[in-house]
Write a protein that binds this ligand. Structure first.
Ligand code: ADP
Length: 188
């Protein structure tokens, strides 16, 4: 299955993605991870991306597209994958559809991890991670609301969206994720 997990920063996407890739036995494609690896490796791409990431802004589409296209073409992604952090904008979603179309593939389903904004801020303050500067965090949430949230409607209209409540323990949420997968499989 080719699944996309969408959720705002601090929604607990990382934990659920980890469980989901073990459950589905598919590769995990996280654009955030790919970008952080490029930054660590000090490549030209990494240097260019670091500037945007540090400001809580999205990295420009052409760079993201380059990373994702290469990865999606790898043999291990032929039968499915979990997309995490991509697509993040409507143009990225359209590009993903084109990319998959050309290869006779498609997105099977999209799972939204819904968490209210107040709870995201509360969690961020409680965990006090070094990269969670409140000002930058607020920018990442705003970027989610303005640029990424419209994707929910895009996939809803295609009948591919399953929204689940992101409040609760990791186990409770993963049960909802599995239930969403069953619904998506049934409807596809
Ligand atoms: P989070 O979901 O907590 O914002 P990610 O690890 O998914 O974190 O992404 C970290 C940063 O990497 C983002 O704030 C953004 O700058 C950049 N990034 C990741 N994926 C994309 C993407 N698809 N398009 C543009 N920028 C991205």
């Amino acid at each position: 299955m080719r699944i996309i997990l969408i959720g705002p920063p601090g929604a607990g996407k990382g934990t659920q993605c980890q469980r989901l890739v073990d459950y589905l036995r598919v590769p995990h494609l996280s654009t955030g991870e790919m970008l952080r690896a490029a930054v660590r490796a000090g490549t030209a791409e990494g240097l260019a991306a670091a500037h945007f990431m540090a400001q809580g802004q999205l990295v420009p589409d052409p760079m993201i597209l380059g990373l994702v296209t290469k990865r999606l073409e790898a043999a291990d992604c032929r039968d499915g994958c979990l997309l995490d952090g991509f697509p993040r904008t409507l143009p990225q979603a359209a590009m993903l559809d084109d990319l998959l179309d050309c290869r006779a593939m498609s997105v099977d389903g999209v799972i939204e991890l819904a968490v209210p904004r107040d709870e995201l801020v509360h969690r961020m303050l409680a965990r006090k991670r070094e990269d969670d500067n409140p000002e930058i965090f607020a920018k990442r949430i705003a970027s989610f609301e303005v640029q990424t949230a419209p994707l929910l409607d895009y996939y809803k209209r295609q009948g591919k969206l399953a929204s689940i409540d992101g409040l609760g323990t990791a186990d409770e949420i993963f049960n909802r994720v599995r239930e969403a997968l069953r619904r998506l499989k049934r409807d596809s």
